[in-house]
Ligand binder design. Structure first.
Ligand code: 5GP
Ligand code: ZN
Length: 110
């Protein structure tokens, strides 16, 4: 989808370096990092949010991609977050997993 920033980044059409790539997903650094390491794991195909992702195998691969991207970034301990819907903090409506690490995390997240 040409109007979607994450579609364009995943297609390699921007200056954003891709830190991890597989057939289903890519990972790159968040432009406004909330931790020393803050990656976004994004499927290549446009899916608006977790609620629109019907394919459970695809979801499993996305989670595995988050684990691999975290390992590639040197993270052994990290948090994976999927904001789903505006009230939950979703601002880009192309499904993405936040991978946050490199510091101690607080809970609850607020
Ligand atoms: P959400 O708020 O939807 O859960 O997360 C969207 C994330 O995407 C935010 O953390 C925001 O900083 C990041 N973001 C938005 N636009 C861009 C962009 O153009 N490039 C990168 N690398 N990150 C972006
Ligand atoms: Zn998209």
């Amino acid at each position: 989808m040409e109007s979607c920033i994450f579609c364009r980044i995943a297609a390699g059409g921007t200056a954003t370096p891709l830190l991890y790539e597989d057939e289903e997903a890519v990972a790159f650094r968040d432009i406004q990092p909330q931790a020393p390491v803050h990656l976004l794991v994004v499927p290549r195909r446009h899916v608006a949010s977790l609620n629109e992702a019907a394919d459970e195998r695809f979801l499993g691969k996305l989670l595995a991609a988050a684990r691999k991207a975290a390992a590639n970034a040197g993270l052994e301990q990290y948090r994976v977050v999927v904001n789903t819907g505006a009230e939950a903090g979703q601002s880009v409506f192309h499904l993405h997993l936040h991978v946050l690490g490199g510091r101690v995390m607080a809970w609850p997240p607020g």
